[in-house]
Design a protein around this ligand. Structure first.
Ligand code: C2G
Length: 416
C-alpha cells in the first residue's frame, strides 16, 4: 500500500488545488494532506491568507479526497512527517520543482504539473482593488508604499480623486482636518498615530467614519507584530501573575532642525513616540488610570517641542511609566512586572520579534521568537485591507485606546 503526502495553504480552495489533490491521491492508496498553520505561513512570507487554518482544513476535508489531514507548523517538518507516517511518495505542484529534492533521501519525490490560470493570489486580488493615496509624500509614506507591494489587492496612487483610501502622514496638528476631509470624500483612512491631538476630535472622527460606513485605522505598527500579540495573550493567561507595572521607553536621536536651523515641521517627542509607548500601557492595564504625572524637557522657548517626556500613571492596583525622546537617548526596552515574574522585551521593543518571560528561578525562564517582516507595516496593511473588504473589525487597537492616547497628548500640551 503506497502512502502519499502533500502540503499546501489551500486558501480559498480552487480548481488548481483540487486537481493537485486528485492526482496526488491517484499516486497511491492513502493520502495525507498537510495544511500550513498561520504562523508557519507568516514565517515563510505568506501574509495574505484570507481563511483561518480551521476554515482551510475544513475545505480540504469536505472534498473527501484526503484520508488524513495534518497541520504543518515548522521548517523541516516534512522530514519528520515522512518518517512518522511511513510515507512512500511526497508530491507537490511544479511551481516547487527542485526545491524538495532533499526529500529524495527519504522517499520518492514527484512534482505534478501546476494548473495554469488559477491561483489564490488572483482570487484574493479580484475581490479588492484598494488604492491608497497620501496627504504628503514623506519618508513614512515611502516605507508604507514599499510595504503595499507585499499585500494582494492593495496599490498606491498619486491620484487622490480615484483612490479608495488615504494614508494620513501630515503633521499631527493637521490630522483632524485631513482625516475629516478624507472621510467626507468617502475615503477610508489609515493615520500615522495619533489620530488627533485632542480626545474629542478622535471620538468625533470615529463616529463620522462609523456613520459613513468607512474604516478609520490608528496606525501603530507594533500592534500588528505577532510577538506583541502573543505577549498580550500570554499576560492575559496569567503567565507572570498579576501585572503591577508596565514600563516602556522609546527614543530616537536625530537632527531636529531644518535647513534654517528651526524645528518647525517636525513631530515632537510625544507625538512621534507617545502612541507607541502608550500602546502597551493602555492595552495591558486599560485606559482607566487614576492619575498621571507628566514631566517634559523642552528644546524651544515656546515649549511646543518636548525633547524628552516622562509620564507616570497610577492605576488602582498597578503603575506604569513611559519615557519618550527625540533629543535624548535611552535603552528602548519594554518591561512588564508581575507578581510571579516579568516580561522583558529588548530594544528596540517596538520592532518586537522576541521576548522573554523571566522568573525568580532562571531555569523556568522562557524565550519566544516570532518572525517580523517590514516592521509590522505589512500586517497593518493586511488588516486595513481586510477591514475595507469585509466590513469586519480586524483592527488590533480599540477606539478607547486611540482616545486615551490623544487625551494624554492633549494633557501634555495643556501641561506646558
Ligand atoms: N497548485 C496547483 N495549481 C495551482 C495552484 C496551486 O497545482 N494553480 C498546487 C501547489 O503547487 C501546491 C498545492 O496546490 O502543491 C497547494 O498550493 P498552495 O496553497 O499555494 O500552497 P503552497 O504555498 O504551494 O505550499 O509547505 C507548503 C508546501 O510547500 C506548498
Amino acid at each position: 500500500m503506497a502512502r502519499v503526502i502533500t502540503y499546501g495553504t489551500f486558501d480559498l480552495l480552487h480548481y488548481g488545488h483540487i486537481r493537485l489533490l486528485e492526482r496526488a491521491k491517484q499516486l497511491g492508496d492513502y493520502l495525507i494532506v498537510g495544511v500550513t498553520s498561520e504562523d508557519f505561513d507568516r514565517r515563510r512570507g505568506k501574509i495574505n491568507t484570507h481563511q483561518s487554518l480551521m476554515e482551510r482544513m475544513a475545505a480540504v476535508r469536505a472534498l473527501g479526497i484526503a484520508d488524513e489531514i495534518i497541520v504543518e507548523e515548522y521548517v523541516g517538518q516534512k522530514i519528520d512527517d515522512i518518517k512518522r507516517y511511513d510515507i512512500d511518495i511526497f508530491t507537490v505542484g511544479s511551481d516547487w520543482t527542485g526545491q524538495f529534492d532533499y526529500l529524495k533521501e527519504y522517499c520518492t519525490v514527484i512534482y505534478l504539473p501546476r494548473t495554469e490560470g488559477v491561483s489564490s493570489s488572483d482570487i484574493r486580488a479580484q475581490g479588492a482593488d484598494i488604492s491608497v493615496s497620501t496627504t504628503d509624500s514623506s519618508g513614512i509614506w515611502k516605507k508604507f508604499a514599499n510595504e503595499c507591494e507585499y499585500v494582494n489587492g492593495v496599490r498606491t496612487t498619486d491620484n487622490r480623486d480615484e483612490c479608495k483610501a488615504i494614508y494620513v502622514t501630515s503633521l499631527p496638528d493637521k490630522h483632524y482636518e485631513d482625516i475629516r476631509q478624507a472621510l467626507l470624500e468617502d475615503k477610508h483612512v489609515i493615520c500615522e498615530s495619533p489620530i488627533a491631538t485632542k480626545a474629542e476630535h478622535v471620538k468625533e472622527l470615529f463616529a463620522l467614519a462609523r456613520n459613513k460606513g468607512l474604516v478609520l485605522m490608528d496606525g501603530i505598527k507594533p500592534a500588528y507584530s505577532t510577538a506583541y500579540s502573543r505577549l498580550l495573550v500570554l499576560l492575559k493567561s496569567g503567565a507572570i501573575g498579576e501585572v503591577v507595572s508596565v514600563d516602556a521607553v522609546c527614543t530616537s536621536l536625530s537632527d531636529l532642525s531644518n535647513s534654517e536651523g528651526e524645528i518647525e515641521g517636525r513631530w515632537n517627542s510625544m507625538c512621534a513616540w507617545g502612541p507607541t509607548a502608550l500602546l502597551p500601557v493602555f492595552q495591558i492595564l486599560g485606559t482607566g488610570y487614576k492619575c498621571k504625572h507628566i514631566v517634559s524637557r523642552y528644546i524651544d522657548e515656546e515649549k511646543t517641542f518636548d525633547g524628552f517626556t516622562k509620564i507616570d500613571f497610577e492605576y488602582e492596583n498597578a503603575v506604569a511609566s513611559i519615557k519618550v525622546a527625540k533629543a535624548a537617548k535611552s535603552e528602548g526596552s519594554l518591561v512588564v512586572t508581575g507578581t510571579k515574574g516579568y516580561v522583558y522585551v529588548p530594544a528596540p521593543w517596538w520592532k518586537m520579534d522576541y521576548f522573554e518571560i523571566r522568573y525568580e528561578n532562571a531555569a523556568d525562564n522562557k524565550r519566544f521568537f516570532y518572525q517580523l517582516d517590514g516592521e509590522g507595516i505589512r500586517y497593518e496593511i493586511v488588516a486595513f485591507s481586510k477591514m475595507i473588504e469585509t466590513g469586519k473589525d480586524f483592527s488590533n487597537i480599540s477606539e478607547d485606546v486611540s482616545v486615551a492616547i490623544a487625551q494624554t497628548i492633549e494633557d501634555c500640551i495643556l501641561h506646558t
